[in-house]
Ligand binder design. Structure first.
Ligand code: HPA
Length: 240
């Protein structure tokens, strides 16, 4: 979209934002992706250092922008990208903490759904409990690409939590007992904002730590795992 629209948090001043956007939490990751994988790059946002870029990947225009951490931050960027800039496909790429004992560091998790301990969903005033869900076209495309690349995906429910440092560590076990695979902090917000607008969203993660196995990754290891996840998601983004 090239119209000269600016919002409180995204000010492209006419620079293009593509219909498909990759959303890492960290704005420097967005810069890394643009520098490493995209050609003919334009930067469309610097507001609050939440860098956003648009460029070419294998003949398709793709954008990439940081979301910050947590549902309030990620969901406001998702809202503005969709409602003011015409974004149609939102793909979060991030890290998660493993809850399932079947998960190991660097495994890839895809959120078919996102449970939450956040109050964000209450603002929709629904007469029941909403289940934030991935878009099947994106999920099925990622599953197909993973098969082509011989990668194993762990597809299931994740917890989008407002809390990183828990007062009661037994909370995490309760989510694990319900079959929730992993914890992160944004997806329930992004999925519900996308669903309310009738657009597509998907979250893909690598496991950066495990809540019960007491293991963590180094920054270098996370970078390598991140590269594998990008090479899974980029061909999908380019095909939309
Ligand atoms: N908790 C919440 N979010 C996360 C974690 C975690 O352990 N790891 C990566 N993102």
């Amino acid at each position: 979209m090239t119209e000269n629209v600016n919002t409180p948090h995204i000010a492209p001043h006419g620079a293009e934002i593509a219909e498909t956007i990759l959303l890492p939490g960290d704005p420097l990751r967005a810069k890394f992706i643009a520098d490493t994988y995209l050609q003919n790059v334009v930067q469309f946002n610097t507001v609050r250092n939440m860098f956003g870029f648009t460029g070419d990947y294998k003949g398709s225009r793709i954008s990439v922008m940081g979301t910050g951490m947590g549902i309030p931050s990620a969901s406001l960027y998702a809202h503005e990208l969709i409602h003011s800039f015409g974004v149609k496909n939102l793909i979060r790429i991030g890290t998660c903490g493993g809850l399932s004992t079947n998960l190991d560091l660097f495994d890839i998790v895809v959120a078919s759904a996102a449970s939450t301990d956040s109050n964000f969903l209450h603002h929709y005033k629904l007469p029941g409990t909403y289940a934030p869900t991935a878009s099947w076209p994106l999920l099925s495309a990622v599953a197909k690409e993973a098969k082509t690349q011989n990668l194993t995906l762990n597809v299931g429910n994740v917890l989008s939590s407002d809390v990183f440092y828990r007062a009661d560590p037994s909370d995490a076990q309760k989510w694990a007992d319900m079959g929730v695979l992993a914890v992160e902090m944004e997806t329930a917000g992004i999925y519900s904002v996308a669903a309310a607008a009738g657009v597509q969203a998907l979250s893909v993660f690598t496991v950066s730590d495990h809540l019960f196995k007491g293991v963590e990754t180094t920054a270098d290891e996370r970078q390598t795992a991140f590269t594998g996840m990008m090479e899974l998601v980029l061909p999908v983004a380019a095909s939309l």
